[in-house]
Design a protein around this ligand. Sequence first.
Ligand code: GLA
Length: 735
Amino acid sequence: MAIIFNGKKKTFSLHTSGTTYQLKIGNLNYVKHLYYGPRILDEDLIYLIRRYDRGFSGNPYDSLKERTFSLDAQPQEFTTQQQGDFRINSIEVRNSNGSYSFDGRYISHRIYPGPFTLSGLPTAFASENDTVETLELVIEDAITKVQVTLLYSVFEEADIIMRAARVRNAGDGTIWLERIMSLNMDYLNGLNLDLISLPGRYGQERQVERQRLTHHVHKIRSGRGISSHQQNPFVALVDRSADENYGSCYGFALMYSGSFLAEVELDQYDQARLVMGINDRLFNYPVEPGGEFDTPAVLMTYTHDGLTQMSHHFHDFFRNNLNRSKFVRDVRRPVLINTWEAAFFDFDDVKLVEIAKAARDMGVEMIVMDDGWFGKRNDDNSGLGDWYVNEKKIRCGLTELVRQINELGMKFGIWFEPEMVSEDSDLFRAHPDWAMEIPGRHAVRSRNQLALDMGRKEVQDYVIESVNRILDSANIYYVKWDINRAITDLWSNALPAELQGEVSHRYVLGLYRVMDGIIKTHPDIMFEGCAGGGGRFDPAMLTYFVQYWSSDNTKPLDNLKLHYGSSFLYPLCTMGAHVSSASPMVPLETKAAIAMGGTFGYELDATKLKKSAIRTCRKMSDLYQKYYNLNFFGDYYRLVNPFEKVNLVAWECVAKDRSEALVTVVTVNLTVNGPQEYIKCRGLDPDRFYRIRGDGEELTATGAALMHAGIPIPREIPDFTAFQYHLEAVERVSR
Ligand code: GLA
């Protein structure tokens, strides 16, 4: 049993295979958080909490002048509001009488098999061999009858707990949620914690930052209506001494694609508190009597074995529990070529067939027709929203074009940007009120386009219908779903003034409904997400997309950092990565080796490549096929941090049974007459011999030697050489 309730002690112990999370119905029925860490028994850990008379930290009225009991100094599962706890809070509610207060106390709970689901929001599912149990625990304010149900689904084998909160208005007047977090996580002592996050910008997404917790509120957030290039909805709180191999690491990933917030506070007593959920800025949600509001889910994990293990928990979970598409595991994803960097808006049907023909010889199996095939779209000033084929460019029609491509033995993919509209489009001319624009003002333009009000049902239906019509008109194998601006001008013409605080969240809910209506109804199509690169690369999106375009920046050396940063949370098989014409000083082989640190594909004009380059691409495409299982399903190890001043960058994928591995080493700075450098492997079987090929010399060594002494990397080589060392287990060490 994953969840154990001890009725006598009133403790709930949530066990995964390696961890225990404990909460308890404590004094005055406040729900206390007691523990999250390595697995222990179901013993009551209340002994950890010492109480003192803390000045200026007030006491609940019914603690009867007991001055040692203050919510300001107690670890809690979910916070109150205006009950003497001055730290960051998980709920801010304006009650029907105008007061701002919430005093949630335990009233009931239930435990059931399987994970929870949320209304209109994606959640993780149990896969075949998973043991999953859920605890729903209700706290209520006795005066206002506002209830919060705390949801915990325990994925035992995966070491993951999924959490969320559901607010129910059991009172008789409307309440207004001004802030409602998915998770509250208290630490009895947080002085030794570091905060890791993945900040970035357009073209440089998911870089890594690690900072000490100090006595203030640290805020990681997006207010851009999308999870954003600038921050990712992920934070880790790790021991100051934690590294890749050792130390306590807590990881948290929010399953939400809009504006989000993670706040961490180290308080006056060195307690730490993390809250995570929808960004409360420009958010104000009424809940009618009898109504409910669900927050998005957070996935959390713990390990005391360092950052790699934390990442492995997420990687395995993302591969097994988020997306049911056959392209996750059962069907190999084809090598693709995308037309964007090859032709931008300047192509026609003949050009596409030419690119496809040339690309076939590179080992490419699918051509993706990017932006520019629809409406009147010859640049980025017009056409968005008009999802019908531009027959001036695709003169033979889409069905025929796809037939010609299929006849070459290739599959066909297509690009959409369904949430957007150009002012110069038939859609905008017919429905100007569908675009987000605040009355009396002109909307902010971004890439010359406006956002549709995705919260409106008629907009959702239009998008579902017009995209599906194209998908059903030809033999389409793949879709790239893009969004190329952040959301501003929050306003819906379909809502009265007092409900405008819902618009941002409604956009996200509307988007999920649209994706359900397009993606979930086309299980034979492979969907890749994109947001001007990786501007909405988040766990919720991965419930729809098997992969996400990592960045519009296809410079290979920049991608070393992008992949490294992304890998803290995301498995390699989700990171879109292409070989392009950018950075001509980097050899094609190296570009390809780096693109294999993601999903691999091409983004260049195949008709302009020399014969020798075509041959090189063919060789590299074949290697992608050869290493597919290792890269997509193996355990990923960060071997060298590219953010440090290093001469080599390296990473490794090891088969789950440790029978083979692929170590990729990229030379980024070849110093003249420099030292001999070694790359130490990880995750191998120390007691097996491995045969290693990759730099012209073949050698055999034990896993132990390769992990502790390493592989010597050749020096007399051209700049930016990459080595892909394939390690094959041969025999066991006999003792
Ligand atoms: C975004 C994407 C690119 C390409 C263009 C098309 O920038 O990230 O890959 O699809 O849009 O307009």
